[in-house]
Every structure is written in structure tokens, then in C-alpha cells.
Design a protein around this ligand. Structure first.
Ligand SMILES: Cc1ncc(COP(=O)(O)O)c(C=O)c1O
Length: 467
């Protein structure tokens, strides 16, 4: 049977629709997914079949499917049709099953010699012994006090140069800062551009706030400037969200020329840029942040989660100017009231007394050792990585699916994350992100990667079933 003459498998009731019909049809897709009538992986009727069934113009259905794609509801695969992406309220995340070795969490490794727990308890005890300890136990300004903002500016100076503390906000982790930024910069229904694979936390925010993400194609150096230029002209996006250094998940790092090109395009299109530099302090010789190319339109975010400790819940956000800083401070108050004062006090002290810098150096060195293990064990050329990063992006052999591979790895006692958790739009090939930081030590990491190496073997599917 010719595809276009196939019976229409799904016909929504649009009799009560008001407003543009293409939006009503996109809403119906969203409702169908939420109600379970359109399950994950279901192929939607062809444009032509649905147009005929609903007595609509073909272009109306095409527009509706385009809108559904923009909302992240469906993926279109050339020549194969349009497929339901999955339950909207839950972008695919890591399965919460216990795994023998966790390669799913992008944590900084904790080198035993760094003695982070001991340092943490000493610093907290010292803070609580201070004469003004009661202050730490109370409410604080929502973006940090004067000393904390000054420490943040000092911490970021090697990357950004001198930034007035009035533009620097201390936030309760990177995720809270992103929520405040997205709700401030991108109204519901607007489009935010991202790399074609991006941080799942950003996808979760887009779902909560009704923002459409549009993924931009990438190469080994990050997002393609010409694609950014075209998307700006076509979609009039509210912002670009990008991770230029050790991108999560692809590990791509934009070289300076690519950063300059991105900044020039952003300036030409008057585009707000959210630069998520979560991994920016890991390279010993980092490229200049995008914020140094376009300081007047870039929101620079540097969390301490990846270079020190996620449990601190401290990140530093630099606004383009003082007015923008005040605006985002109001949003931060709405999102989480304030950065946890005890954590902010620890971070401030560690920045001031040099502990933070020494810990980053220890973590960077351990990350490099772990990358060496990956290079030694996995086949050459099978993955993309940065030599001082926490993760690698493993390209799977043709015919292997990323979710199938992750499920299989579970059976071998390993947790890793398939590309579907990061994809904004259709994924071109199958890849998985393997995080090296959560494994307890180098030996268990080597054992885990050895198992992954054997899983890459074509026969692993069959072997896994043998008991
Ligand atoms: C790119 C990126 N941004 C932000 C975050 C979240 O950071 P935080 O722990 O500070 O909320 C992560 C965590 O994985 C990340 O990979």
C-alpha cells in the first residue's frame, strides 16, 4: 500500500478548536501524548492522510507537525515519517536503577589525596566558630552578599578578566540560574537555540516553561555558525544556550575562531547568549569564553559543581550589565530565594584562601588520568573527549541503538546515558555518554570500560543472553 493512502491511524477531534487551526492540531498532539493515546515511538499519520481525514489544507498539517517538532513532541525522520518523541513531562533521564559502576553521573572525581570531606568539615567548623556565625544561619540577599560576589568575580577573573561584582550573582547551583535565565529571557512559546545534543537539565526547563528548543547541527568544534545564522533569521529565537567548552554530552570545545564567529552572529541578530561554562575551568589552557567576545549580550554561567563539588550548590552568573543583573536577581529570588548561605560561605573562603584553586588542580589531574584509562581501553577513534574532561561521547557501531546499548550495559552492571537523553531533534547516529568521574577509582573505571569494550563487539547482543 502506498504510504499516503494508508488509513489514518489517529484523527483528533478539532470541533471545539478556536484560534489558528495548526496550533489546535499541535495542542491535540500534545494532549494525545499526555493522555497516552499517542505512545512513544508511534508514527503519526502522513501529512496528506491527516489533511484528508480532517478536511484541512496540507500546509496546515505541515505547519502543525512543524510546531509539534518545535515543542519537542515529535521527531521527523526523512523518508520515514513523524514519530512521537516520548512523555513530555519527563525528558528521558538516567534510569534510577542501582548499577554496579556508575558511568552516568557527570561528577568531578574526588581524588583521595584531595581529602575533600575533611576540608569541608574543617571549613564549616571554622565558619561556625566566627563571631558573625549567626548571620550564616539566617536569610541572605538572593544573589549573595558583597564578599561572596567579590570572591566570585575574583574566581572568574582568569577566564573573564576584571568584572565588577555588581554584575556577578551567586546562585544556588547552575540549574537554578538557568531556570531564572530562561524564565526571564524566553517567554512561553518562544524558541531557544541549543546544540543538537544538550544538557538534559535545560530540556527539563524547556518542558516546564513551554519553551521550544531548536537544536543546531554541530561538528567536532561545536555548533555550526552558519546554522546559527540561518536559525536566527528563520526562527527569531529568544536566546542561544550553548556549552562551548567540553560540551555536555559531545565533549566538543569551540576553538577561539568559532567563538568569535558565534559572537558576531549573535551581535548581528541582537541575540541573547547563555554561555553555560560548567566545564570551563577543567582545561589547563581554556579558550576565552564567548562572554569575552560579546560581553554586552552574554550571560556567563560557571557552576562549581563540576570543578569542585556538586553538593555545594554554588554557581556564579555574570550578567551583561548592572540592569540585567538586577532583573535576574528578582527571578532568582522567585526560583530559590537565595544561595544556601553555608555553602556560599564555604565557596567564598575556599576562593579567598586558595583551597578552591588547589582542588580544581587535583580534580583536573585526576580527570586527565581517567581520560588516559579510556584511551588505553576503548578502541582508538571510537569516542570524542577532552583530555581533562569528565565524560566521553562514544559513537556506536552502525546498527546498534543507543538505548539498546544502555540497556545492555545495565545487564553488565554499568549505568551510562543514551543520546536520546540529550537530543534536541532527531539524533544523526547512535552514541552514548560515558562519565568517568563517578567510578570510585581508576581500577574499577578500567574494569567498567573493559566491559564496554566487549559490549561494542557485534556478538555482545547474543552473549548477553547466555547464562
Ligand atoms: C552543562 C551543565 N550545566 C549545568 C549543570 C548543572 O549544574 P549544577 O549542579 O550547578 O546545577 C550541569 C550538570 O550536569 C551541566 O552539565
Amino acid at each position: 500500500m502506498k504510504e499516503d493512502s494508508a488509513p489514518c491511524s489517529w484523527i483528533p477531534d478539532l470541533s471545539d478548536a478556536s484560534g489558528p487551526i495548526y496550533l489546535a492540531l499541535a495542542d491535540a498532539i500534545q494532549e494525545g501524548i499526555a493522555a497516552g493515546t499517542l505512545p512513544e515511538g508511534e508514527r503519526l499519520p502522513t501529512h496528506r492522510a491527516l489533511a484528508a481525514a480532517l478536511d484541512l489544507d496540507l500546509t496546515t498539517v505541515t505547519r502543525a507537525y512543524g510546531e509539534a517538532r518545535r515543542r519537542g513532541l515529535v521527531d521527523a525522520a526523512a523518508g520515514r515519517g513523524t514519530f512521537v518523541r516520548g512523555p513530555l513531562a519527563q525528558p528521558p533521564m538516567v534510569e534510577p536503577l542501582p548499577a554496579e559502576i556508575d558511568l552516568s553521573m557527570n561528577l568531578p572525581p574526588q581524588p583521595p589525596a584531595a581529602a575533600i570531606p575533611a576540608k569541608l568539615s574543617q571549613t564549616m567548623a571554622a565558619i561556625l566558630r566566627r563571631s558573625d556565625a549567626a548571620r550564616v544561619l539566617s536569610y541572605h540577599p538572593s544573589a549573595g552578599g558583597t564578599a561572596e560576589r567579590a570572591a566570585a568575580a575574583r574566581w572568574l577573573a582568569p577566564l573573564l578578566g576584571t568584572v565588577p561584582p555588581s554584575r556577578v550573582l551567586v546562585t544556588a547551583g547552575g540549574q537554578a540560574a538557568l531556570m531564572a535565565l530562561l524564565t526571564t529571557l524566553a517567554p512561553p512559546g518562544s524558541t531557544v537555540l541549543t546544540e543538537q545534543f544538550t544538557y538534559p537539565g535545560l530540556r527539563a526547563i524547556a518542558v516546564q516553561t513551554g519553551i521550544a528548543l531548536e537544536g543546531l547541527p554541530m561538528d567536532g568544534d561545536g555548533l555550526l555558525p552558519e546554522a546559527l545564522d540561518a536559525a536566527c533569521a528563520r526562527l527569531k529565537p529568544a536566546a542561544l544556550y550553548t556549552i562551548p567548552t567540553i560540551q555536555n554530552p559531545t565533549a566538543a570545545t569551540m576553538p577561539p575562531a568559532r567563538r568569535a564567529a558565534v559572537a558576531e552572529i549573535a551581535r548581528r541578530h541582537r541575540l541573547a547568549v547563555i554561555e553555560d561554562d560548567a566545564y570551563g575551568l577543567l582545561p589547563s589552557a581554556p579558550a576565552p569564553p564567548l562572554a569575552t567576545f560579546a560581553p554586552d549580550r552574554t550571560w556567563y554561567l560557571g557552576t562549581l559543581s563540576k570543578c569542585l563539588l556538586p553538593a555545594l550548590r554554588v554557581a556564579y552568573l555574570v550578567a551583561p550589565d548592572d540592569r540585567c543583573a538586577a532583573r535576574i536577581q528578582a527571578a532568582l529570588r522567585a526560583v530559590c530565594q537565595m544561595v544556601p548561605p553555608l555553602s556560599a560561605a564555604v565557596a567564598t573562603r575556599w576562593v579567598q584562601d586558595g583551597t578552591a584553586l588547589r582542588l580544581v588542580e587535583d580534580i583536573r589531574a585526576e580527570a586527565a588520568r581517567r581520560q588516559d584509562v579510556a584511551r588505553r581501553i576503548l578502541p582508538a577513534g571510537s569516542f570524542a573527549a577532552h583530555g581533562q574532561g569528565h565524560h566521553i561521547w562514544l559513537r556506536l557501531p552502525a546498527c546498534r541503538s543507543a538505548t539498546g546499548f544502555a540497556t545492555q550495559a545495565r545487564r553488565f552492571g554499568l549505568a551510562l546515558v543514551p543520546d536520546t537523553a540529550f537530543a534536541v531533534g532527531p539524533a544523526p547516529d547512535a552514541s552514548v555518554r560515558i562519565s568517568l568521574g563517578a567510578a570510585p577509582d581508576l581500577d574499577s573505571l578500567a574494569a567498567a570500560l573493559g566491559r564496554i569494550g566487549s559490549l561494542l563487539d557485534e556478538n555482545a547482543d547474543a552473549l548477553a543472553e547466555i547464562v
